[in-house]
Design a protein around this ligand. Sequence first.
Ligand code: ARG
Length: 464
Amino acid sequence: MSGTDKLWGGRFTGSADADFAEYNNSFRFDRRLFAADIRASVAHCNGLFHAGVLTRLEAEKIKNGLATIFKRADFDKNYFDDPSEDVHSFIESKLVQLIGDTGRKLHTGRSRNDQVATAFRLWLRENVAELSRLAREVQRALVDLAAAHRDAVLPGYTHLQRAQPVLWAHWCLAYFEMIARDRERFDEVWRRINVMPLGSAALAGTSYEVDRESVANELGFDGISANSLDAVGDRDFAIDFTGAASILMMHLSRLAEDLIVYSTNEFGFIELGDAISTGSSLMPQKKNPDALELIRGKAARVFGHNLALLTLMKGLPLAYNKDMQEDKEAVFDTVDTVSGTLRVSAIVLRNIGINADRSREAAMKGYLNATELADYLVAKGVPFRTAHDTVGRAVLGGIEIGKELHEMSIAELREFSTEIVDDVREALSLESTLGSKNQIGGTSPERVAEALDAARGDLDREVR
Ligand code: ARG
């Protein structure tokens, strides 16, 4: 392509070095903004018409041309095999090829700087909404898993040491809550994305009397940017997005880690379905949690993109700098990675078997009801600190004779406190251990059933 074929060819006599042109061009990846850029161009064209810059006939010609280009891209597989610099110059050159000189009027009053910021926001707006829908499907899978195993119990952990028993459903709903917050963050990000930069032109604003509000309205933006330098010079909406995506990926990574641990022979709480596992090329007995490991691993790339964008922007003088072209791949890959991860997460949750006997057994081994015994003594009037100490010694005694607290006889327990009588049996049972956690947010079956209903209600309300 010679210098004069470019959007900016007039000032140049020589053409770009081929390697540099290759390095400079973003069309191989920013073609993903094609539909968004066409849409924004149509709205801009309408704005120019209403401002009296284009005649009705010119505006119609341009819009028909843009529609033709859009359709063409749909059926012509090789349409995008083009040496264009970026998606904006691609569309404009196709338009001029198609309708001639009128096509050269479309760029009046805009710059690629406000154009790219606008198309990128349009594109991301849609994709953030789609990611939120995919995240909802993970929430639904968690709710279904919880509902299918209402009575299942597993040891709850702190420091990865058995701590207190919890319901499986309580574990599921913990991740439900995390993802609910992740989706709130996406909503928030969506609102900040949904502000239109168009009309900021290169950096100073446009000198044409385009009604920005009505262009924004046509494009479904909630508002227009208040400062042209800011609108073309910042990418914080992209960083908001990769930031929110990072937190979501961190949550999914922890979910994956829990399930990897639970699927080991050592734990044996869950069985991974064949649909989500792989074998070993060497060891015939292996069933590996690759899906879960990839969910955990892919969090790293998204964190990387978030940090890349922060680093990209931190030293840039106002307003637009070409460095900012590097924002696209980070955001595109974040969308692709999060989308794939959410889809696979939902599939995983629908393809695990719960070994409830095994996890219940684990929940009853390791003195997980020690706190119950302390609470029992507190109910008899013993100060908590004293009770804690007493039970600590009882646990030590139990370890010595190889018995859990609930396996020790009343006489054995009374060696540590004469407050202990027959009713301790009931207090130390798994049912009472769980049932006593009956405040909102606790793991009692009653509370968890309520939380499960509320969670399902939230999901159903959303799709109605
Ligand atoms: N491809 C460019 C980008 O993604 C479009 C804006 C180019 N503007 C410019 N003045 N060079 O940032």
